[in-house]
Design a protein around this ligand. Structure first.
Ligand code: FSX
Ligand code: SF4
Ligand code: F3S
Length: 314
């Protein structure tokens, strides 16, 4: 185990990530998972000396691939590399070398080999109307593929609002009858919504599974509570502008201080459950409200219908 640990840190260093940088990431991840600091070394060990690397079959249905992009393009300290250290990705259409018939064969082989043992990650919504005719890969409908693969998995993790709840494809009038995977198949899934979702919420779910041997506690919409337990509004720093006496004094009146809140230009923060103000995006650089844009409610079911018109007050 010691040898493996050394190799892991050497490997990280070769990629330009210091042990310190990695520990900083583990501290951030541990906090994001709602665990106390005492778990930091254990979380680090999940990456440094993985006891098991569960096989993953990653399916793509109707979506923009923004979810994979959000995970794969994170720059520091390479959560994508970290994820691939702890998961054995057997099938992923965006990153695998195989194409066409060979890719389809790979999927069938992986299904046979890992039946009942793999984690199925799904990106994108499933067309259900007209026998699923509105979405097809390699001659099979999304619906057929989902029905074939998902029930064979140990757990189905929906990454993004599309696979979780249908997303933009399911917006009215939705001629293809698009639905999230859980709805389309009538099964329980772990949902990591967001358009795109924060990579840390996906990594945290996987690490939770490896650390405790079970999935994190979920809310009634299948979302991990550690990430989706509070509203954006409850965690928003812009609240301090009107709830903090010092700011109010500084701005002259509560009304002036409230100008910093984006509620009047349509912010959906009070109705949206997600951890964006804490987890942030692009390696902790910023998040929509911090960048001056109201929250659109992108992690909520049917947000394209329920949260629009976006720039009007709730
Ligand atoms: Fe959907 Fe993911 Fe939005 Fe895009 O693949 S959640 S359209 S960011 O990318 O599924
Ligand atoms: Fe709430 Fe949005 Fe205002 Fe922040 S900007 S305090 S989330 S309404
Ligand atoms: Fe989405 Fe709102 Fe966060 S739009 S990215 S849930 S701030």
């Amino acid at each position: 185990m010691e040898k493996e640990t050394v190799n892991f840190y050497e490997k990280l260093e070769m990629k330009g990530v210091s042990r310190r940088g990695f520990m900083k990431y583990c501290t951030f991840l541990t906090a994001a998972m709602g665990l106390s600091a005492a778990y930091v070394p254990k979380v680090a060990e999940v990456f440094a000396a993985p006891a098991q690397r569960p096989p993953v079959i990653w399916l793509h249905f109707a979506e923009c691939t923004g979810c994979s992009e959000a995970l794969l393009r994170s720059a520091y300290p390479y959560p994508d590399d970290l994820v691939f250290e702890i998961l054995s990705v057997e099938y992923h259409e965006t990153i695998m070398a195989a194409a066409g018939t060979q890719a389809e064969e790979n999927l069938q082989e992986a299904l046979k080999k890992y039946n009942g043992k793999f984690i199925c990650v799904v990106e994108g919504a499933v067309a259900t109307a007209f026998d699923g005719a509105y979405g097809r890969i390699g001659g099979r409908t999304f619906l057929e593929i989902a029905k074939d693969v998902c029930p064979k998995a140990a757990a189905v993790v929906c990454i993004g609002t599309c696979s979780s709840f249908g997303g933009v494809q399911a917006a009215k009038p939705n001629p293809g009858g698009y639905k999230g995977v859980g709805d389309a198949l009538g099964m329980k899934t772990v949902n990591i919504p967001g358009c795109p979702p924060n990579p840390v919420n996906f990594v945290g779910t996987v690490v939770n599974y490896l650390l405790f041997g079970k999935l994190p506690t979920l809310d009634n919409l299948g979302r991990p509570l550690f990430a989706y337990g509070k509203t954006i509004h409850d965690q928003c720093p812009r609240r301090s502008h009107f709830e903090n006496e010092e700011f109010v004094t500084q701005f002259g009146s509560e009304e002036a201080a409230m100008g910093y809140c984006l509620y009047k230009v349509g912010c959906r923060g009070p109705e949206t459950y997600n951890n964006c103000p804490i987890a942030k995006f692009n390696d902790g650089t910023s998040w929509p409200v911090e960048a001056g844009h109201p929250c659109l409610g992108c992690s909520e079911p049917d947000f394209w219908d329920k949260m629009t018109p976006f720039y009007q007050e709730l």
